[in-house]
Design a protein around this ligand. Structure first.
Ligand SMILES: [Zn+2]
Length: 205
């Protein structure tokens, strides 16, 4: 199923020397399991970029490196980012499927959205135009919010900046289809996907 032997890269932590295993060849950031340092990966070189904040662990349906089945596909969670906001936090899990494709599962309490990066061209760039309830072509703005990056676990295909604010906007297309826009000082990204029923997530052991 997962040819981890072929896909895994191994480095040594520049801080403590322990082994760092990378399960996705495009990963850019990894947390050392031994010393907690954040390690940036670039062109076969590894650099420590800081200490990682330790995220409090919460009971979660999704667990790092524990494969699960959803919509007839098998996913393996390789990392997650936590964003804090008013009443708590939400998490974005970085997943890989059997074909080594990158997916993101956003978990906000009981709300699960499975999305993949998308190069969708939007007719507007200014996020202030998106007010909840407004319509833009086939899209309806169903949610808008902001969170602060609190930390990460595992490995990620992109760098993160602790304390950076991320704005997100959900655009509904109907039928559970969703487009999410994410905007921070350093990046803007578009994702496309679907709401997921957590009961459809089948743990594989
Ligand atoms: Zn280390």
């Amino acid at each position: 199923m997962f040819n981890d032997k072929n896909d895994t890269n191994t480095y040594n932590c520049p801080q403590c020397g322990d082994q760092l295993s990378i399960y996705f060849k495009y990963s850019k950031l990894v947390k050392c399991q031994s010393c907690g340092s954040s390690i940036f990966l670039e062109d076969e070189s590894v650099t420590k970029i800081g200490e990682s904040s330790v995220l409090s662990s919460e009971p979660s349906l999704i667990k790092l490196h524990q494969p699960f089945k959803l919509q007839a596909k098998t996913f393996i969670p390789l990392g997650k980012i936590r964003y804090g906001y008013g009443r708590g936090f939400w998490e974005e899990w970085f997943l890989r499927d059997e074909k080594n494709q990158e997916f993101w599962l956003s978990v906000d309490e009981g709300d699960f959205v499975l999305e993949a990066k998308n190069k969708l061209a939007l007719p507007f760039k200014d996020f202030s135009q998106f007010t909840v309830g407004s319509r833009h072509g086939k899209y309806l703005v169903s949610e808008k919010g902001e969170g602060t990056c609190m930390g990460f676990e595992g490995e990620l295909p992109e760098n993160i900046h602790l304390g950076e604010k991320h704005q997100y906007i959900h655009l509904s297309q109907g039928g559970g289809n969703l487009v999410t826009l994410e905007l921070s000082k350093t990046s803007s990204q578009t994702f496309k996907g679907k709401w997921v029923d957590p009961l459809d997530i089948e743990e594989l052991t």
